[in-house]
Ligand binder design. Structure first.
Ligand code: ZN
Ligand code: MN
Length: 491
């Protein structure tokens, strides 16, 4: 990336839908894609007189996420009403958490081009989602419909400190949250379905001639719904602020905080000069819900269920198997099942580096071209891949032959031994046998020999190629090279 004449400062607010069977305060199903308004009841459409009841499973998933984000867990937490009017919010308030969130002061380690980096988390709280407006979809621009299936579904809000300084870091942070929460089965984090949503608080620091810097007013870019749009929107907004700062010289604190929408098609942020402050929401404690107390035993039971998190896995793969940071990141980003697959292959063939190379160069490529069908990246059982790596070494197979065997194994569901037999590969029995093959190849290629005699040393390649072909790639290339050169001298 080209050097910019400013430093970008980014904090993210991420909303994640929890993978519960039912909504946060009622028994309606929490599922994407049901017919509009079919998953609703008096509680989630805000009828008078109904009472919410906290979904214990939702709270446990929220605890799990907060502990994975290294947060402190409050021993006592309550809910608050956040009052605002919007057609997809029939109660006219959202049940959220204000001054006593259930968790706070955490951090998430992300993998960046320059090494691991910690992004601090301010707070993680639990709240209910609103419904969804469907604008202009059937009325040719004339109507707006409301679908309340999403109203009252459990939502986790994760607020970071402004610790990210490039659009790439913001993307890496989001990807890390998605990877971790998917592995923990807290959320499916499908950005297209809205179960992972992101708002970015962006401003820039412009260095001043006399030293120090000027900070521009913070703009909150709302509703970024793909990883690509997060990167693009931040990059665009930073540059827009730089140009505006050069025109107006307005600094942080001199204008009210603004929000902006991201126009994906035009690739621009559109600033709307208004931003509600906390006081506009008239927060007050939710009288219909009892506070939740989390004792040490409950908290520690959830913590013990986390298992190994991605940042720990990346570190362990490097320390235990000697993998590079890059390789460890590629494997980890595929999820726990892939890390386990790697460890099985590596353990069985005894060569972690080879196991990793086969997975990253070949197995993942197969998964990409074949999609998730055929077992996706696990189209080849780990034991079979380990056997192939072992045979490659024992028989001295070339990379090309080994990859052909791999394709045959995946395509036909064969073991390494079966594939080797199918291709009719037999190891060269002895050095004598190899010498005989070299001599035959020399006898069969008089033109290459004549060229070699005329000083074209490259002509030896043709002889070598004939030998490799004859041995189906089982001969050791440097030994063949040596024998060919020796024998050519004698001709
Ligand atoms: Zn309901
Ligand atoms: Mn929220």
């Amino acid at each position: 990336m080209a050097d910019l004449p400013y430093r970008i400062v980014i904090g993210l607010e991420v909303h994640v839908q929890l993978l519960t069977k039912t909504k946060l305060f009622c028994g309606c199903p929490n599922r994407f894609g049901l017919p509009p308004n079919s998953a609703t009841c008096p509680v989630c459409i805000g009828m008078p007189g109904v009472l919410p009841v906290m979904n214990r499973r939702a709270f446990e998933l929220a605890l799990k996420a907060a502990l994975a984000l290294n947060c402190q867990i409050a021993a006592f937490t309550k809910w608050d009403r956040k009052n605002y009017y919007y057609p997809d919010l029939p109660k006219n308030y959202q049940i959220s958490q204000y001054d006593l969130p259930f968790s706070y002061d955490g951090w998430l380690e992300i993998s960046t081009a320059t090494g691991p980096k910690r992004v601090r988390i301010i707070r993680v709280h639990l709240e209910e989602d609103a419904g969804k407006m469907l604008h202009d979809e059937q009325g040719g621009g004339r109507d707006s419909l409301v679908d309340l299936n999403r109203a009252g579904t459990p939502l986790l809000e994760i607020v970071s400190h402004p610790d990210m300084s490039t659009p790439e870091e913001a993307k890496a942070y989001l990807e890390e949250i998605r990877l971790m929460l998917r592995e923990l089965e807290v959320s499916d984090c499908e950005m297209q379905e809205g179960s992972l949503r992101c708002d970015a608080n962006v401003n820039i620091h412009v260095p001043l001639a006399g030293g120090g810097h000027a900070a521009t007013p913070i703009v909150e870019v709302k509703n970024l719904n793909s990883f690509r749009s997060v990167e693009r929107a931040i990059r665009y907004e930073a540059q827009r602020q730089y140009e505006e700062f050069q025109k107006t010289g307005k600094k942080l604190g001199e204008v009210p905080k603004a929000t902006a929408g991201w126009d994906e098609n035009r690739g621009i942020t559109v600033v709307q000069r208004r931003k509600e402050e906390a006081s506009d929401y008239r927060y007050f404690p939710e009288p219909d819900l009892v506070p939740v107390e989390v004792d040490d035993a409950w908290r520690e039971r959830i913590r013990a269920s986390l298992g190994e998190l991605p940042a720990q896995q990346r570190r362990r793969l490097q320390e235990q198997y000697g993998l590079s940071a890059y390789d460890a990141n590629v494997l980890t980003s595929q999820g726990r099942a892939m890390v386990a697959y790697f460890e099985t292959v590596s353990g069985k063939c005894g060569d972690p580096k080879a196991a990793c190379n086969w997975i990253t160069n070949k197995l993942l490529a197969v998964a990409k071209t074949q999609g998730s069908g055929n077992g996706g990246p696990f189209a080849l059982p780990a034991e079979h891949l380990a056997d192939l790596i072992a045979e490659q070494k024992a028989m001295g197979l070339t990379k090309q032959i080994s990859e052909e065997l791999f394709d045959l194994m995946v395509g036909e569901g064969l073991t390494a031994k079966e594939a080797i037999e199918r291709k009719g590969i037999k190891p060269v029995a002895s050095a004598d046998e190899l010498l005989a093959i070299v001599r035959r190849a020399i006898a069969a290629n008089p033109k290459a020999v004549a060229d070699f005699k005329k000083g074209k040393t490259a002509a030896a390649q043709a002889i070598k190629g004939a030998v490799m072909k004859e041995t189906k790639g089982t001969a050791k290339p440097d030994l063949v090279q040596q024998l060919v050169m020796d024998e050519l001298q004698k001709v």
